[in-house]
Design a protein around this ligand. Structure first.
Ligand code: C5P
Length: 232
């Protein structure tokens, strides 16, 4: 899969999500389904969106004992999603089990990426609560390397980290980056942002864009602008 724009469909119900996707009569965007929508609408929403011809990033961030993750990933793989994720903090053993669970009898599987440290975790929380004393960017890079060694396809990271991740883990190791805003747009609650063009320059493989598209007056035009700036 090449570079692409993934729309974060952060809606509370299946109805709202499908009404939003109805607007896209031409090219079918790659969409991200997160915990809110999945827990509200269940696996059926994944099947429905897939049946409409969209690629799907199922952002459920699994983190449990290896056996549970292996079995859960097998269920997600059966939903025929394209990209799923987990927490690298679950250890290499858990990540390898996830890959086993995802792999279908014919050898194919969805891409699997890891969350390293959530961007909501800061150095203070890392030290005081998680008792990890290393600088947070070292922790992020080390978790990315663990994911690579375990056989994963990439990580979710800030666009500001994408270059470093590629330098450490190789150009083919995927970087999927949220925190994207148009140069003339609202930042919302995102603090460290990049434009689609900047994300392209620093080598992000996929950008995850929510509100700049979902809340736009014309979401289809905003999506197309995003694709033009990011993919070219
Ligand atoms: O609306 P916005 O473009 O900020 O949406 C970004 C999406 O990426 C949301 O679904 C958000 O939960 C997700 N995300 C993020 N920052 C991270 C990880 C995920 O914004 N570090």
């Amino acid at each position: 899969m090449g570079k692409d724009v993934i729309i974060a469909c952060d809606f509370p119900s299946a109805e709202q999500t499908l009404a939003f996707l109805d607007r896209f009569t031409g090219r079918k965007p790659f969409v991200k389904i997160g915990m809110e929508l999945f827990y509200a609408a269940g696996p059926d929403i994944v099947r429905q969106i897939k049946a409409r011809g969209h690629k799907i990033f199922l952002d459920l961030k699994l983190h449990d004992i290896p056996n549970t993750v292996r079995r859960a990933m097998a269920v997600l793989s059966n939903l025929d999603v394209d990209l799923v994720n987990l927490h690298a903090a679950g250890t290499a053993e858990m990540m390898k089990a996830a890959l086993e669970g995802l792999t279908r009898p014919d050898g194919t599987r969805p891409l699997l990426i890891a969350v390293t440290q959530l961007t909501s975790t800061n150095q203070e929380a890392l030290e005081q609560e998680l008792l990890i004393e290393k600088p947070i960017d070292e922790v992020v890079m080390s978790y990315a390397e663990n994911a690579k060694k375990a056989g994963l396809d990439g990580v979710v990271c800030s666009p500001l980290e994408a270059e470093k991740v590629h330098a450490r883990c190789g150009e083919s190791f995927l970087t999927v980056t949220p925190g994207v805003r148009f140069a003339d747009g609202d930042r919302g609650d995102q603090k460290r942002v990049m434009t689609p063009e900047q994300a392209k320059e620093i080598g992000s493989d996929y950008i995850v864009v929510g509100r700049p598209i979902t809340q736009a007056q014309d979401p289809v035009a905003a999506y197309e602008r995003c694709c033009r700036e990011f993919i070219g």
